[in-house]
Unconditional design. Structure first.
Length: 511
């Protein structure tokens, strides 16, 4: 082979080996390249394990070779290769038995190897394993250029080392994931109401299965927490749960975020990149706010759920992934299906196990349990001995309708605790929160029924109905934004709207 052809083929080997693939496949591909570069009837990559060599990949040898272990003391040729730091070629008439005699898959009946060579692979100066080449015709290897052969062997060693680095990296990631997951496990779902007990029961049933789960419920009810619990109680708990916020994915990048892209797939794709599905391989993917996913991407997601494979943007290669899917939404997806905004086939795939997280106002005394947990957190954060609620505060919490659910409760208590702690109440070390601190007296602006009172339409008729409704909505929204000092999220909560809908409303009303 001319030097130029050799270099060109070496470059394509490197390019091929640097794509993402499991270790066994990488070793196998390496041997295929080896056989294309240096024609032979069989080759094998064997790893040194104590006193024997274990085949990691074979090409042209009968499949059972992979299960064999070659004890070095019983195979003098392998022993000779291991004893040398150069490539070793055996004479055609060598009387040393060949380890692969009878194992080469030849079309004719010749079973004895007549040309054989091998080389020890050194990684960081230590013998790591052996690469062997065999041919049935004597003299096959006469034409091998030793410089080219050595170059290929260095590449093989580098590739083997890369596999090792990648898998140790993966082990570390898995260790870190496990640790983080365990820490997260502290976040239990608080609540003893019937709804929460039923939910916990459902989680324990569905988690160990591989079923797709669709978690539904209003904003702030704890859907993400439920998704985490399902993952932690599943058999994949030691693997990652990859989080994807579908609402934050503009259509133009959604496909590449989810499925990855190949180099040059679009301007800006300067290098190859794995998508979230590949990152989640072996673990779970959490598709949050799935209702916001553009229709075009829904079709691609459906294909992945059906076939278990993905295709990076700009590549034809199908990559198999093993991912458990959990999705969440605060929309009424069935209604979205009826309106043609969500694919019904995808809905049925996702909702294999639908789960409904009840709103906080239906959980009775859970409000107080949750409040206790959040106050405890704030005590630590603010460095006070005790934060407690007086009877009025407890009643206010229970009477309120909680349009923003648990998240609203959490934020409200953080604000109240901070206010109380900074008002010089610290001396006593026990701080009692009264309803006044909570800012949710039933007639306060955040109380859902009272917001309507101060907004009226004063414009004189004639005014069309839609125009009047828009005008009313505009004033109501502006009033709430003003009442919350420009905090749109808080205004949305007060109006019982989720952030997505609130944003769309602002846009439509040109506020
Ligand atoms: N049962 C619960 N016990 C303890 N904490 C909870 C519970 N439910 C929710 N929380 C807390 O409330 C907050 C909001 O929960 P989460 O983010 O899971 O809600 P969500 O349903 O995903 O909301 P959204 O629809 O807005 O995304 C989080 O800080 C979460 O830890
Ligand atoms: Mg969420």
């Amino acid at each position: 082979m001319t030097t130029n052809t050799f270099l060109t083929s070496l470059i394509s080997v490197v390019a091929d080996l640097s794509t993402h693939m499991p270790p066994e496949q990488r070793y196998q591909r390496l041997l295929q390249h080896l056989r294309q570069t240096f024609p032979c009837d069989a080759s094998a990559l064997l790893k040194l394990e104590g006193r024997h060599l274990a085949p990691l990949a074979v090409s042209g040898l009968s499949e059972d070779t992979l299960g064999r272990r070659f004890v070095i003391d019983e195979h003098p040729r392998l022993a000779r290769i291991l004893a040398s730091n150069q490539a070793v070629r055996f004479a055609a008439d060598s009387d040393l038995p060949d380890p692969y005699d009878g194992l080469i898959e030849a079309e004719d009946s010749r079973l004895l190897v007549h040309d054989c060579m091998g080389v020890t692979l050194f990684i960081d100066g230590e013998p790591w394993g052996v690469l062997t080449l065999d041919a049935l015709n004597a003299g096959t290897f006469d034409g091998i250029d030793p410089v080219q052969f050595n170059a290929f062997i260095s590449l093989t060693a580098a590739s083997v080392k890369a596999v090792g680095l990648i898998s140790s990296l993966e082990q570390r990631v898995s260790y870190v994931t496990r640790t983080l997951n365990r820490q997260n496990a502290g976040h239990n779902l608080i609540g003893e109401s019937e709804g929460m007990r039923a939910l916990r029961n459902e989680i324990s049933i569905v988690a160990p299965s591989e079923l797709a789960v669709l978690i539904m419920g209003e904003t702030g009810v704890g859907k993400e927490l439920v998704a985490q619990r399902i993952h932690l109680e599943s058999t994949r708990a030691d693997q990652v749960m990859v989080y994807v916020n579908c609402a934050a994915l503009p259509e133009s990048i959604a496909e590449s975020e989810l499925f990855g892209h190949s180099k040059g797939a679009f301007s800006g794709a300067v290098s190859e990149r794995a998508g979230k599905f590949e990152l989640a391989d072996g673990g779970t993917i959490f598709l949050d706010e799935i209702g916001e996913l553009p229709l075009s991407i829904q079709a691609k997601l459906l294909r992945t759920l059906q076939n278990g494979d993905i295709q990076r943007v700009g590549s034809d290669r199908q990559i198999k992934v093993n991912v458990r899917v959990i999705a969440a939404t605060n929309r009424d997806l069935q209604q979205e299906v009826a309106n043609g905004l969500f694919r019904s086939d995808l809905y049925h795939r996702l909702a294999v196990y639908p789960m409904h997280v009840p709103p906080l106002r239906e959980r009775g005394k859970d409000v107080l349990l949750l409040a206790g947990a959040f106050l405890e957190k704030n005590q630590q954060r603010l460095g006070v001995k005790k934060l407690r609620l007086d009877a009025g505060a407890k009643k206010a919490l229970q009477d309120y309708r909680w349009p923003g659910n648990v998240r609203e409760l959490e934020h409200l208590l953080s604000r109240a605790a901070l206010k109380a702690a900074t008002r010089g109440n610290r001396q006593s070390d026990i701080i009692t929160l009264s309803a006044a601190y909570l800012d949710i007296a039933p007639d306060s602006p955040e109380g859902s029924s009272s917001v309507l009172a101060d907004v009226s339409i004063t414009s004189a008729p004639p005014m069309d109905f839609k125009g009047a409704v828009d005008e009313f909505q505009r004033r109501l929204v502006q009033q709430q934004i003003a009442l919350h000092q420009g905090n749109r999220a808080a205004a949305a909560r007060a109006l019982g709207l989720d952030r997505g809908n609130f944003h769309r409303l602002l846009k439509r009303l040109a506020i």
